[in-house]
Design a protein around this ligand. Structure first.
Ligand code: SF4
Length: 371
């Protein structure tokens, strides 16, 4: 890999890009200006090779996936963010709310097929009280103590704190006692205040998102971090977003993975166009290069599409997410990916990308290697 990079460097007439590349090879931390320079570079091959160089130092040839299921208990949401096609008003004909029996049935299906994780997030209905969130967690874990429950975004935790008049710490502690194992990374979108005013003015802001994650880390609850890109944000705002994530990771070390999420505009009030594959791959690569304190970068196949996600495994990503079974949120916004994938399909996608498929649990512990 170093030889290919050396050849690419020899061919490059861009002195600044070569200087940054040498810094990467020397394993030095990149500045925000350097991350931005990589983003603006047209040399996708070199940026991708550099990111893959860093990834292989961290993860070798392993590419991870998990047998999991997404459950979205409701799509009713008070916030009505303009970029979201999933959350609807309670009066909307598309509105739904799952009964506890239905949720348990889905968890059981996943458990029976060897699933390791339930990823649960949803809309935020005004009529749900705090106990409902705690009870959902407790009931799932009472029935399936072995399943890992990664549930509720920082936005949902913020909402629970608001309606219960409790602190983030109290809410997270009570959820942990009820059986919560980890937090997903959703709700970060882009931290810039300018952007949030346009796409999601009412829900938890950047400081609140980061404070929820900081508190979770202090309580020993690992979390994920995300960035929704490709709508109204600038490249500077993407890098600024990653800086705040990197700073918090320096402080706590509690993030497990960074997940760039490509925006899908269909059915949203915000509208816009889909991100390009070049933008998707560059975002994976730049995040791998800039976030030197993250072990894992996820190529989330639902938003990237299977083919770009597969290529991303050679642009710095080391994880495809999982079998998922029933993705609803991005499908509301028009993604053409499947709703779920079999283990065989994920293993094949990874092998064809030249990587070793490794089934993992939520905490990136190896469950099985598919040689
Ligand atoms: S992004 Fe989340 S908070 Fe915003 S409308 Fe959609 S479900 Fe609700």
């Amino acid at each position: 890999m170093e030889l290919v990079i050396e050849d690419l460097l020899k061919m490059s007439g861009d002195k600044e890009l070569v200087r940054i590349a040498e810094k990467v090879l020397e394993e030095k931390r990149l500045t925000e200006e350097e991350a931005l320079y990589l983003y603006r570079s047209d040399d996708l091959a070199l940026v991708g090779h550099l990111a893959e160089f860093v990834n292989r130092k961290k993860n070798g040839m392993n590419a991870y996936f998990i047998i999991n299921r997404q459950i979205n208990p409701t799509n009713v949401c008070v916030y009505q963010c303009d970029f979201c096609a999933f959350g609807v008003k309670r009066s909307d004909p598309k509105a739904y709310e799952m009964e506890m029996d239905e949720i348990l049935k889905k968890v059981e299906e996943t458990y029976r097929m060897g699933g390791k994780e339930i990823h649960m997030v949803g809309g935020i209905p005004a009529h749900w009280d705090y106990d409902k969130y705690i009870n959902i967690v407790k009931t799932i874990k009472d029935h399936f103590p072995d399943i890992v429950l990664k549930a509720w975004t920082a936005v949902e935790i913020h909402h629970m704190a608001k309606i219960s008049k409790k602190s983030y710490r109290e809410v997270l502690q009570e959820l942990k006692e009820a059986g919560l194992d980890a937090l997903p990374g959703g709700g970060a979108e882009i931290f810039s205040e300018r952007v949030r005013k346009i796409i999601a003015p009412y829900k938890a802001n950047a400081e609140e998102y980061l404070e929820v994650h900081r508190t979770a880390h202090e309580l020993g609850i690992p979390t994920n971090a995300t960035m929704l890109y490709g709508h109204v944000e600038t490249l500077e705002e993407r890098v600024e977003h990653m800086k705040r994530i990197r700073d918090l990771q320096d402080e706590t070390g509690g993030f497990q993975v960074f997940i760039p999420l490509a925006y899908w505009p269909e059915g949203t009030r915000l509208g816009g166009t889909r991100t390009s594959s070049v933008d998707d791959l560059k975002t994976i690569a730049v995040s791998r290069l800039y976030l030197d304190n993250f072990d894992h970068i996820k190529a989330y196949w639902v938003t990237l599409g299977e083919k770009v996600a597969q290529v991303a495994l050679n642009f710095g990503a080391d994880d495809l997410d999982g079998t998922i079974e029933e993705e609803k949120i991005v499908h509301s916004a028009g993604t053409t990916s499947a709703y779920g994938h079999s283990v065989e399909r994920l293993v094949k996608l990874i092998k064809k990308a030249g990587k070793i498929p490794v089934e993992r649990d939520t905490f990136y512990r190896v469950v099985r290697v598919y040689q």
